[in-house]
Each structure stands twice: as C-alpha cells, then as structure tokens.
Design a protein around this ligand. Structure first.
Ligand code: FES
Length: 103
C-alpha cells in the first residue's frame, strides 16, 4: 500500500538549506535543488545528528556532527565517516503542496 503524505508547503523548502518535517513520526529532511524537491531521512546513518541542521552544498548535504557527506538524490555516502546510505523517499509536488511517499 503506497500512500502520499502531505509534508510541507513548497515555499518552505528553499534552495541551499534542508527543511526538517515529521511525517508519520519519522523525521525527514526536504531539499530543493533547482526545480526538484528531494526527501531523505533526517538522522545521519553514522550517529544521532539531524542533517537538516547540516550544510547543503550543491546536491550534497554535510552532517553537522562529523562532516559526513551524502548525495541527496540517492542517499549515497560520499565522504567522511559515513558508510551506510541514507534512506531517500519519493517526492511529488502538486500545486503548492509537497508530498512524500513513506512506504
Ligand atoms: Fe553524521 Fe557522524 S553523525 S557524520
């Protein structure tokens, strides 16, 4: 069963930063890269840090705790101590509403 969860107004998702939302109890980070919107889990796979408090650089996000870097569209670990991919979620935008598919 696939369901789309409304998580944010499009204007709250801005380029160059990550926006934290909670969807069905899961903390997610939303990102805008150009016209595209992406969603990842908000908690780093290395230790307990919120990526939405980290730094967005191009299509990557850097963890605020130990500088682990993930590729936002795929969740792939890029550099630093991170080894486990970040979970990513399908996103759609309808009108001014951002939806994420959680399962
Ligand atoms: Fe994110 Fe260590 S908690 S790199």
């Amino acid at each position: 069963h696939m369901s789309w969860c409304p998580v944010a107004h499009i204007d709250s998702v801005m380029e160059g930063e990550a926006t934290c939302v909670v969807a069905e109890g899961e903390p997610l980070a939303l990102y805008r890269i150009g016209e595209a919107v992406y969603a990842t889990h908000d908690i780093c796979t290395h230790a307990h840090a919120h990526l939405s408090e980290g730094f967005v650089n191009g299509d990557c996000v850097e963890c605020p705790l130990h500088e682990g870097v993930f590729h936002i569209p795929t969740g792939r670990p890029i550099s630093g101590p991170v080894r486990v991919p970040l979970r990513v979620y399908p996103v759609k935008v309808e009108g001014d509403q951002v939806f994420v598919q959680l399962s």
